[in-house]
Design a protein. Structure first.
Lengths: 145, 311
């Protein structure tokens, strides 16, 4: 309940939060527009290594915003440790979900290409004199079916 | 058999007795939080998993597709403005939610001081913020559905998989006003123009020009000059279908949270104004609980904004 803070301190934190979240959002949008070449014609860094850097930056900013909202706007910083841990620790499972499902998604992507190739593959007709498969020696004409 | 269970029960009893001092006897709140507040936290945890499931599905499907619509191109509309302004409108929506989160914190703080007028004032501002956000979302959805023909199963936004040139309806190469061929490059975005359910043309940026000028081109035929289809004339395809369904489901589910949040905020504000919580003398705990929910809605938006608009 933030009981150890004075009213003035609490109000100051709120306006600090407003400035902080607003500033991060503006930085995010400016970086996004710059990265994708909307701000300066001919300059962009949204491909290759720059793309990974860009994504890491965006995820980092978002996680920081999330941390600030949870800990200070939702007062998690002032709750007892057990409550904080019982809410925060289970979200760690999501790390695994993200890794597993993105891996799965990439695999679908890889197979999509394979299926398309196989669908477009042209198979030569086999002459009747050269049947497919293989027969063990000793199998009679009658067993061939 | 019976003998053993009796002995066992006896042991259990002794065991219980020795640790009595550490057991919860009622009266004190676990985690020093009231039942309602604790359960609100666990509800929000479960809700976080629901949203995470949706957003992870978005990621997995995006990873599985060879192309995906470029967010800057999809979300570039502004009310009253014809030009293409990527991300600006959604930034406005983000700010609306941040502001309403801040006014919510103020309402909770005034509640702790038992200041009834303060609670009602700041909650009213929060409700106005929520309503503004919903209105903005209605505008965004309307643009995508009515103007650009996006639906749960149809996504007119695509990106070229290779370089090539746009063709006229009669099969000849389309030209720019200066006579050079109207070319496109791998990764460039386009929007399929749909009339009566059929693709009739393409809308795209002129990449050779600075700024965000949109070009309308009649006809959907294109000729690739690179890649697997080099030299072939093909119909431009619509973008991945999943994009439309994911967009409407995820932003819709978030919007529904905002909507129900506005409803509950209104009910609680009316109760607060009527003195219901002042009589309880518990520092307007109900306002604190709806505050947690409201911040969570803002928190989810941080990630929806990241996944749909920034990445």
């Amino acid at each position: 309940m933030a009981g150890h803070q004075t009213y003035e301190e609490q109000k100051a934190l709120v306006f600090y939060g407003l400035k902080l979240l607003g500033a991060i959002t503006i930085v995010e949008v400016v970086v996004a527009l710059l990265a994708k070449g909307h701000l300066i014609h001919g300059i962009k860094f949204s491909e290759g290594f720059g793309h990974y850097l860009y994504m890491l930056l965006m995820i980092g900013f978002s996680l920081y915003k999330a941390y600030f909202i949870i800990f200070f706007f939702m007062h998690m910083a002032y709750e007892v440790r057990g409550l904080a841990m019982s809410v925060l620790l289970p979200t760690g499972l999501l790390v695994w979900a993200i890794i597993a499902f993105f891996q799965e998604g990439s695999s679908w992507g890889a197979r999509r290409e394979l299926i398309k190739e196989k669908n477009e593959e042209i198979i030569k007709p086999v002459p009747a004199s050269q049947p497919q498969g293989y027969w063990l020696p000793g199998i009679t004409e009658r067993n061939k079916g | 058999m019976a003998e053993t269970s009796v002995t066992h029960a006896h042991e259990m009893h002794e065991h219980d007795h020795s640790e009595e001092a550490q057991l919860w006897e009622g009266g004190k709140e676990p985690f020093r939080a009231s039942y309602g507040k604790l359960m609100m936290w666990y509800f929000l945890l479960s809700d976080a998993f629901t949203f995470a499931g949706f957003l992870i599905a978005y990621g997995a499907l995006r990873f599985s597709m060879p192309t995906w619509p470029e967010p800057d191109f999809v979300f570039g509309s502004l009310p009253f403005v014809q030009a293409h302004w990527p991300l600006i409108f959604v930034t406005f929506m983000t700010f609306v939610l941040i502001f309403s989160s801040v006014t919510m914190v103020r309402a909770v703080q005034e509640g702790h001081r038992e200041n009834q007028k303060g609670v009602v004032f700041w909650m009213l501002l929060t409700i106005l913020g929520g309503a503004t956000f919903l209105g903005s979302q209605a505008y965004e959805w309307t643009t995508l559905i009515v103007k650009e023909n996006m639906s749960l199963s149809q996504n007119p936004f695509g990106r070229h998989i290779a370089d090539g040139v746009y063709l006229n309806e009669n099969g000849s190469e389309a030209k720019k006003p200066d006579g050079s061929p109207l070319e496109f490059h791998k990764g460039e975005s386009y929007l399929m123009h749909i009339h009566d359910g059929h693709p009739t043309g393409l809308v795209f940026h002129d990449a050779s020009q600075p700024g965000e000028k949109m070009i309308q081109h009649e006809g959907t035929k294109i000729k690739y000059t690179t890649g697997a289809y080099a030299g072939q004339v093909r119909e431009a395809e619509m973008g991945p279908k999943a994009f439309g369904a994911l967009f409407f489901f995820i932003t819709g589910f978030h919007g529904f949270h905002v909507f129900s949040g506005v409803l509950f905020l209104t009910i609680i504000m009316i109760n607060a104004a009527g003195g219901v919580y002042a009589a309880r003398r518990n520092g307007y705990e109900m306002v604190e609980k709806i505050g947690l929910y409201w911040h969570f809605v803002d928190l989810v938006w941080v990630f929806v904004f990241l996944v749909f608009y920034l990445l």
